[in-house]
Ligand binder design. Sequence first.
Ligand SMILES: Nc1ncnc2c1ncn2[C@@H]1O[C@H](COP(=O)(O)OP(=O)(O)OP(=O)(O)O)[C@@H](O)[C@H]1O
Ligand SMILES: [Mg+2]
Length: 326
Amino acid sequence: MAAIEVNNLSRAYEYYRKEPGVLGSLKAFVHREKLYAHAVSDVSFSVEEGELVGFLGPNGAGKTTTLKMLSGILHPSGGEAKVLGFTPYKREKAYQKQFALVMGQKNQLVPDLPAMETFILNKEIYEISDNDFHKQSEELIELFDIRDILDIQVRKLSLGQRMKCELVAALLHQPKVLFLDEPTIGLDVVAQKNIRDFLKKYNEKKKITILITSHYMEDIKELCERVIIINKGKKIFDGKLKKLIEDYAPYKLIKVTFTGEGVEKYTVEAFGTIEEFSPYSCAIRVKREEAKQTAIRLLSSPLPVDDILIDEMKVDDVVRKIFSES
Ligand SMILES: Nc1ncnc2c1ncn2[C@@H]1O[C@H](COP(=O)(O)OP(=O)(O)OP(=O)(O)O)[C@@H](O)[C@H]1O
Ligand SMILES: [Mg+2]
């Protein structure tokens, strides 16, 4: 059985149009025109147990809305979702105990208390036994390396420290499914990497199912083999990250290094679009299907080629291209 099963899931938000100014307000008072924003439309996918899947899309695509439906915070307006066999929006206690939602933009920890106090609070909420609590908290404190900040008021912690504590608080009850909504937002690159490493280790160790959204492609590249992409509420891609690049990147990069004196720019311009250039190395963008042929031409040309590498376009560029096209 899949851990997450989503079928034609949809969610519309109601809102009212109001014309600007006082007159607009008056008009709206008499007659309000009801409109619908289709935040999520007919989205279907399934995630197997233990999978770590990236959930991508530009701002307003419907990612948070989807995660909220899977966590039971929002009721869908169409379709259905099953997580671990539960219907999330029924909000059964048995389900609450088996998943966690962590949002980078929202804190679960009480700012005026040290993180440890929230951990203890969660022990009560999730009815974790003394034994399990001891074992889990020790393990997580060790893994996230937060022992020396446990007794400091949360609001005095750095953003990165706080996010580590947020994750520990969310994982204490050993959820089988974890929804992460931009867990690295606002963190510096070092803290981001830290969080990623922890998530990777934790996923490997516990085989927990994770659905993660992030606008940082590094997160996705390092953590997720598979990605689901939505745009304007609709699913536009579901598959391996590698396949995404193969399908959507029409170009490849040929990276060439030269020996000795190097070369002049005009001598390589004939081979494709120059992305980077120095006399000793350059990156040439060529059509995917022409990459091999161009590499052969480079090697058999009089240019002093030392080494040659055919590389894929950067994931960031590919994803940006997909968003802008769809
Ligand atoms: N409470 C609400 N009332 C009305 N519209 C909403 C509400 N929440 C979200 N929306 C709209 O639904 C759409 C999807 O929003 P959502 O927050 O799910 O996007 P997202 O993919 O998480 O974007 P981001 O990357 O910016 O976090 C947007 O157009 C948004 O304006
Ligand atoms: Mg969001």
